[in-house]
Structure formats: C-alpha cells, structure tokens
Ligand binder design. Structure first.
Ligand code: C2E
Ligand code: MG
Ligand code: MG
Length: 754
C-alpha cells in the first residue's frame, strides 16, 4: 500500500534548501545576538573611555590651575624679579635670556615680561597685546585673585595663556611694585602636567575663534579632544566580528557544498536510478555502464552492481521467454503434422489482410485446396499413410507456391493460400502449377494404389469492400464444391452463376436444419419413397428412398441438403441417419411387403469401414423385401478397390447394387464392366435427350442393349410422360421411375397411379 501524504512530496533539493535555510537562520540569529552583544560592549567601553578621558581632562585642569598659581608664586617671590623692578639696567638681558635659562620656571613658560607699577613695560612693547586697566580687579574678564589673573588668547592658531602676576614688596603682603606677565604654551603645559591615557593628546584643541580672549576658567568647557579607545578590546571585538563573518562565509560555503554534494551524490543518482527502473519496467532497460556520479561512490556503485545483476537476470529471463515465445508462436501457428501455417494463423492473417485491403484497391485472391476422398483413403491405408499423404501434399503445394506465399492447413485435408495484389490470371497460373505438381507426384511409394487428386476452388475480389472480402472464403468454398462435382474440372474459379447454389450451401437455415436433423433435435429427417416400376408386369418392383428435412412448415429437398452435407464432409454420418430412418420405416410397415427399397449411398459412405455392418441391419428384411443400394459412378471411380470390395461383399450378402445417374459423369463402359453392379440407372438427362433427336435415342438404345445384354438390369429415371414411357419401353429398359408412376411420397403406395 503506498503511503498517503497530506501534501505532495518534496524533492531532495527542496529538503536541502529547507535545511540550509534553517541552518542559515539559526546561524544568523546567533550572529545577530553576538554582534548585538559586541555593539553593547563597544558602547559600554566607549562610555567608560569617555568618562576616563573626561576625568583625565578635569585632573589636567586641576593641575593646570595649581601650576599657574605655582608659576605666579615662583615669579612673584623670585628675588631677581624684584631686583629687575627696582633696577632694570639688565632687564632686556634678564627677560630674553636669564628668565628662560635659569631653570626656575618650567619649559612651557615661553616668555616673561615685567611691567612697572604703572603698568608700563620695563622695555619695548611688552608681552601683552594690551595691559588691563585695572589690576587685579579682573575687569577685562580675566580671573581675578589677589596676586593677579590669567586669560587665554587664540592667535595664529595657537592658544597662549597670559598670566598676570602682581609683584609685591615683601613676602606677598607688601605694596605692589610692578607686574610680571608670563606667556604659557597652554597645550605644552597640559601635556607636561598630565599623563593622558584615555585622551588623545594630539587631538586636544580648544573651540576658540581667532583672536578670542577668555578667562582661563572657561578654557576647560571649551576643550575638545578625542578619546583613545582600548585597542586590545577593539581588536578583540574586531577578531570576534571577523570570525563571525568568516563563520558566515564558511556556513554559506558549506551550504553550497552540501547542496551540491546532495544534488550530485544523492538527488542525481536517485533520478538516474528512477529513470533506469522506469526503463526496466518499460522493457527497454540497458546495463548501467557509467557510474552514477563522476567520482564513484561506494554505496551507489553497489546499487549499480545490484541493478546490473538484476538487469542481467531480467535479460536472460527475457531472452528465454522470447525464445519460448517464438517456440510457442510456432506451436500455436504451425500445423505440427505438415509444418505449414495452421487455422489460427490463417484466421489472424485473414483478419489482418482484411484490415490492409479494406479501403485500398488491393486485389485479393483466395485458393482452397482439398484432397478428394481423403477420409476413405485414410481409412483404407491407415492413418500413418494418411499423415504422410497430407505431408506430401503440403510440401508439394508449399514448394509450388511463390516464395513468401503462405500455405495454411485449415481443415483435415483442406489447405488455403491468400494472395494480395496479384491478378486473377497470376493466381490461376499458380493454382494450375499446384494442380500439375500434385498430378506429377508419385503417391505409389506411400503405398497408395489409386490416383490422388486435389480439388481447387478459386475466388477473387478486386474491390475494397469488407463484405466482398468476407464472402471470398465462401465463394472459394462454392467453387471447391463445384470442383468436386462431376462435369467440372478439378480447378474451378468462382462465378456469379454459382451464387444460387452457394446460397443453399451456406444458407444458415439449411446448415442448422441438417445439423438438427442429424442430431434429432429440431428439424426432422423424413423419407419419401418413389416407385421403380418393372415394365414386364407394370408392377412396383421397389421404392427408392429419397431424403427430405422438415423444418417448421418447410420441406428441404436434397438440392438444399447435400451441398451442406458434402460441404461439411458429413456424408457418412448423414447416410447412417437416413439408413436408421429407413429401417424404422421398414419396421413400421411404411413400405409394402413384397416390394423393396433402394438406398442412396454417397461415395464416402460406401468406402466407410463400418458400412457393411451398418447395412447388415437390413438383413432381417431379406426375403420379404428387395434391397437395392444405389451409388453414383464418381463414388466408384475414386477408391475403386475399397468400394468394389464393400459392394462385392454386400452383393454376396443379398443386396442388389445399382449404378445411379449413369450418363451424367464420364465413366467408360469398359470401366463399368469391372464394377460389382447389377442395375444401371440411366440419368434423367439421358432420358430427356430421347425427345431431342434420333441420334440421341439411337445412342441410348444401343447403350441399353449393350448393358442389358451384359446382364445388367437397366432403369430409366425421370419418366414423366406416356411418350417417354413408350420410347424407353421400345428401347429396352426393364424398369422405369418417374412422376408418371408416382412422385416421391411419405407413404409408399402399393398401387400405381397410372
Ligand atoms: P437420384 O438418386 O437419382 O434420385 C432421383 C431423383 O430424381 C429424385 O430427386 C427424384 O425426385 C427425381 N425424380 C424422379 N422422377 C422424376 C421425374 O419424373 N422428373 C423429375 N424432374 N425428377 C424426378 P430428389 O429426391 O430431389 O433427389 C435428388 C438426389 O439426391 C437423388 O438422385 C440422390 O442422388 C440424392 N438423394 C436423395 N435422397 C438421398 C438419400 O437419402 N441419400 C443419398 N445419399 N442421396 C440421396
Ligand atoms: Mg438414386
Ligand atoms: Mg438418379
């Protein structure tokens, strides 16, 4: 049972893509969380660094203020300062050299200028761009204290701090004797005072406009700087970030490789495997020569080997089956005895031929071959000889047919050939050659001591109608039926004139009536009796038993019955049923005692092995009835020996043998002389010819004389008029039969009608 899924199945690739998507999502989520943490850590770190930098700046400010105080202090208490104010003879020297070289002041003090108590420089222009008017009140905006104040000026891109110090007489308490102005390099001073760890010293600058002047207390809020980041932590974060990126790339690469590997090693081989199994199912499977993948994979190779093994086994099974099929086809389509195609094959080919021919202008011919009197031959010489005869016939016909023409055995001794697109003349030629080939065969070496003839029926259709093709077989059958009859050649081509008989031959009603009559179900077999009158005493000598079949209210006559009986090879069977019926009539007294009954026996029946035993059932009527057996000359000609032997035996037992329909065939008198016959019944055609001219009468008269002189009793059939009666009497017939004396009737009348 196939598993049921609520949704259509997905491909391996889809699953792979899904898996990769899930892995990517998980990895992405993890990376996002890590990056988030990193960002937070970085922000915290930066905040801490900013705090530290800010602390460093405040520390620097504290140190700065302390240092400016300290510098003011140093300058104010330096004795050389007071000395210069009191005596400025060497002031220029002191100012330009001594102050900076003395080592009293730190290096960032770039210059010191002294001013008088009146705020005038001791020499030159002085350091200050201007001198505050009020000192030390801080009115110019400078920070004010007791000893002075300081301010910062931005000039030429540099920030200088000017510290104005009041120089007092005595230690800080005396009178102001003058002023000292020191110019400090602000940034050098800061750098010197404070060791920065978090502040990028190089980035330190003040947001001041050029020429702007501010008190030093306002310097710090305007201080701008860059914070030095913790490089280890930053590089660690960087390493983490890069690792993260590398991992993302690795995951991407692994996903691509995973997808490719899955596709290459699983999906593709599976698809190929599936295709191969499909081709195995369709029967077009080949060996898998190539590995499933470019680089062979062990498990897949094992699958391939197993499949190839399976394929190999399958191939050998197929090969065995194929040969068995061919053998079976041969067994099913060939006749095992003769080797030619059998009935099944015929029917298949016939159907196919109909398909091919229908709708196209293809000429179709049908040849039917039938061995004359095969059954009696088979019975006489044995089945082995019968089989050999059939083999010889089949072989001869097949060898004579054109290459590629198929010969079919469609019945016991019946063969057929179909010709497509051949003209009737060509087919006739072939049929003649077949006939000649059979005639030229020596069947004596098979132990058969009588001529073997084949009757051939030919039918041709040049139309394209299905109906024409369907009736073709029947037409060939009708032609064959005529070929079997006296007066026709052994090779007969179907003509329209035969169609009336073919109606009887193939009328379904006749066929079923015959079969019903034989089986005793449905139609009833009925015997009618016609008197045969002796001309010596004009008394009924005996009655000829003539068969009819009653079906519903219809009476089927021999002309309807016998085409079916002969066509279906039912002669013996049918005659036996008739004989039973006559026996019953005899027993029931239908035939008057003291007369007799004449039984018509067909050619195949007289050579039947049981015929003598069958007729032996009539022995009880000997003495009370005359028993006559009528056979036609054709029955005697073929299988002469067997027929003669049986008739001789029957004669010796008391039966009278009559040769029926004399003159309708082609037997010679000499031939007849050797036959075990007592009565010769002249055919109705000869009797009718008596009315034509004297030549015919003379000929019949001399024949009658000759035959009666030879000791035969001579009967005239078909006497209908007094004139004919007169003629036959004059000619010398001993007996007459005809409507003049009575028509065949169900009840044999003891008295004559005329
Ligand atoms: P047949 O043995 O020669 O029988 C004589 C046929 O001539 C009969 O035809 C009969 O009705 C017909 N006939 C008799 N007198 C006259 C006449 O004056 N004028 C005309 N026009 N016909 C006359 P039927 O009964 O149709 O039989 C035809 C043939 O069928 C018989 O010819 C016989 O060969 C065969 N047949 C009839 N009954 C049997 C039977 O029981 N067994 C066999 N094997 N053959 C039978
Ligand atoms: Mg007869
Ligand atoms: Mg007759």
């Amino acid at each position: 049972m196939p598993a049921k899924y609520s949704r259509p199945p997905l491909t391996i690739r889809s699953y792979a893509i899904g898996f990769i998507a899930v892995v990517s999502l998980l990895f992405g989520g993890l990376s996002w969380a890590i990056l988030n943490k990193m960002t937070t850590a970085r922000a915290t770190l930066e905040f801490a660094e900013k705090q530290s930098a800010s602390l460093e700046i405040s520390q620097a400010a504290t140190l700065f203020f302390r240092e400016t105080d300290s510098i003011g202090q140093k300058i104010s208490i330096w004795d050389e300062t007071r000395q210069q104010l009191s005596d400025s003879s060497y002031y220029v020297y002191w100012r330009d050299g001594r102050v900076l070289e003395s080592g009293v002041l730190p290096g960032y003090v770039e210059a010191v200028e002294l001013y008088s108590r009146q705020k005038m420089p001791l020499a030159g222009k002085g350091l200050l761009p201007y001198m505050p008017s009020r000192i030390p009140d801080g009115a110019d905006g400078g920070a004010e204290n007791e000893d002075g104040f300081a301010y910062a000026v931005r000039r030429d891109g540099l920030t200088d701090v000017y510290q104005i110090i009041a120089i007092r007489d005595g230690e800080n308490v005396g009178q102001v004797t003058g002023y000292a102005v020191a110019r400090l390099n602000f940034f050098a001073m800061i750098r010197d005072l404070q060791a920065f760890r978090y502040v990028d010293v190089g980035s330190l600058h003040l947001s001041m406009a050029e020429g702007e002047r501010i008190p030093i207390q306002q310097l710090w809020p305007r201080m701008e700087y860059k914070v030095i980041s913790n490089q280890e932590v930053l590089s660690l974060l960087d390493v983490i970030f890069r690792s993260q990126m590398q991992m993302a790339a690795a995951v991407l690469l692994i996903s691509i490789l995973f997808y490719a590997a899955l596709s290459e090693l699983v999906a593709k081989p599976l698809r190929r495997l599936s295709r191969h199994i499909d081709s195995l199912r369709d029967g077009s499977g080949q060996m898998l020569d190539m590995p499933f993948t470019q680089e062979p994979v062990m498990e897949l190779e094992k699958v391939r080997a197993s499949l190839n093994d399976y394929q190999h086994q399958l191939n050998s099974v197929h090969a065995r089956l194929d040969s068995q099929n061919v053998e079976l086809w041969g067994m099913a389509h060939r006749d095992p005895l003769t080797g030619v195609f059998n009935r099944l094959s015929f029917e298949e080919d016939w159907k196919q031929m109909q398909n091919v021919a229908t709708g196209h202008r293809v000429e179709v011919s049908f040849l039917l071959f039938d061995c004359d009197h095969f059954k009696p031959i088979n019975d006489t010489y044995g089945h082995l000889v019968g089989d050999q005869l059939l083999q010889r016939l089949a072989q001869t016909l097949q060898n004579t047919l054109r290459a590629g023409d198929r010969l079919y055995r469609i019945g016991g001794d019946e063969f057929a050939a179909i010709f497509l697109d051949a003209s009737p003349d060509d087919v006739l030629d072939v049929a003649k050659r077949c006939e000649a080939a059979i005639d030229s065969q020596d069947f004596f070496n098979l132990g058969i001591r009588e001529p073997i003839r084949m009757s051939v029926g030919l039918a041709h259709a040049s139309g394209t109608q299905v109906e024409e093709l369907v009736t073709l077989q029947k037409q060939a059958d009708v032609a064959m039926y005529h070929a079997k009859r006296p007066g026709y050649g052994k090779l007969v081509a179907y003509s329209e004139e035969m169609s009336t008989e073919s109606e009887a031959l193939f009328s379904n009603q006749s066929v079923s009536a015959v079969f019903e009559a034989i089986s005793g179900k449905g139609a009833v077999l009925e015997m009618h009796y016609q008197p045969v009158v002796s001309l010596k005493n004009r008394q009924i000598d005996y009655f000829e038993a003539l068969v009819r079949i009653r079906r519903d209210h219809e009476l089927l006559m021999p002309k309807d019955i016998f085409p079916v009986v002969t066509g279906r090879r039912l002669e013996a069977h049918f005659d036996y049923v008739v004989l039973d019926r006559v026996l019953r009539d005899l027993a029931e007294g239908v035939i008057p005692e003291g007369t007799g009954v004449s039984l018509n026996i067909s050619g195949p029946t007289i050579v039947h092995p049981d015929i003598c035993e069958k007729l032996g059932q009539f022995k009880t009527y000997f003495g009370r009835y005359k028993l006559v057996i009528e056979i036609t000359e054709t029955a005697l000609i073929t299988q002469l020996q067997q027929a003669s032997a049986n008739l001789g035996r029957l004669r010796s037992e008391g039966f009278i043998v009559a040769l029926d329909d004399f003159g309708s065939g082609y037997s010679s008198l000499g031939y007849m002389a050797n036959m075990p016959v007592d009565v010769v019944k002249f055919d109705i055609s000869l009797i009718r010819s008596l009315d034509k001219d004297n030549r015919h009468s003379d000929m019949v008269e001399s024949l009658v004389k000759m035959i009666s002189t030879a000791g035969y009793c001579v009967v005239a059939e078909g006497v209908e008029t007094e004139q004919t009666l007169e003629k036959v009497r004059r000619i010398g017939f001993s007996h007459v039969q005809g409507y003049l004396f009575g028509r065949p009737a169900a009840k044999a009348a003891a008295e004559l009608l005329c």
